[in-house]
Design a protein around this ligand. Structure first.
Ligand SMILES: [Zn+2]
Length: 213
């Protein structure tokens, strides 16, 4: 996608601005004041999700995190999405083992074409750029478009998502980090975990920018 590359080039030449208040800053993604005011979650382990060894979220899904995520998702703000990835990198560096692959939760190709990009992939890109990790967006694909999840019950979501994702066979023993923007019920992430386990992932971790508590 040409305009993704343009955005990356602009990143290099434009001085960074706080993604929330807009003031010039020395270091992305936010100014010190906005950073301190974010609703950070204590780095406790979150409730277990099927298929994952660990699940973590950096922030509570409330203002201004909800605004940043909406800008990233619906405003086609690649810079905002990458800023979210940089926030993840700041908050969640302690791992029992660095990931071999970083896999964003995929969108169905049709939805990605409508939106122009996958926000989870751009968040993962920001994170990988900070950490020097390997982004592998092609490993897992969403092969079935599913109806809007928000209209379904938790049980119906699970059934609906079953077999919606497939992953390429993986080499043995890989530790895979899955990235998404918001954790709500976790049913989408669990479906992705199922596909990655079937593909041979040895261990799986999920990081999300926000947790809808
Ligand atoms: Zn600011």
């Amino acid at each position: 996608m040409g305009w993704v590359k343009v955005d990356e080039i602009l990143d290099v030449f434009l001085p960074p601005h706080c993604a929330l208040c807009g003031q010039s800053i020395a270091r992305r993604p936010l100014c010190a004041g906005c950073l301190a005011d974010l609703p950070w979650l204590p780095p406790h382990r979150l409730p277990a999700l099927q298929g994952f060894d660990r699940v973590r979220s950096a922030l509570a899904y409330e203002y201004p995190v909800d605004r940043l995520i909406a800008e990233a998702k619906f405003g086609k703000q690649l810079a905002a999405a990458r800023a979210l990835g940089e926030l993840l990198a700041m908050r969640l560096p302690a791992m029992f083992r660095p990931p071999d692959l970083v896999v964003p939760v995929p969108l169905h190709w049709r939805r990605q074409a409508e939106r122009g990009f996958n926000q989870a992939e751009e968040i993962a890109r920001g994170l990988c750029r900070q950490m020097g990790w390997r982004l592998a967006p092609g490993v897992c694909q969403r092969v079935r478009a599913t109806p809007a999840q928000s209209t379904l019950s938790a049980t119906a979501r699970r059934t609906n998502l079953h077999a919606a994702f497939v992953a390429r066979p993986l080499s043995q023993g890989l530790h895979v980090l899955v990235i998404d923007d918001v954790l709500t019920t976790g049913s989408t992430a669990e479906a992705v975990a199922g596909a990655l386990r079937r593909a041979g992932a040895a261990s799986l971790e999920l990081w999300t920018v926000a947790h809808a508590l």
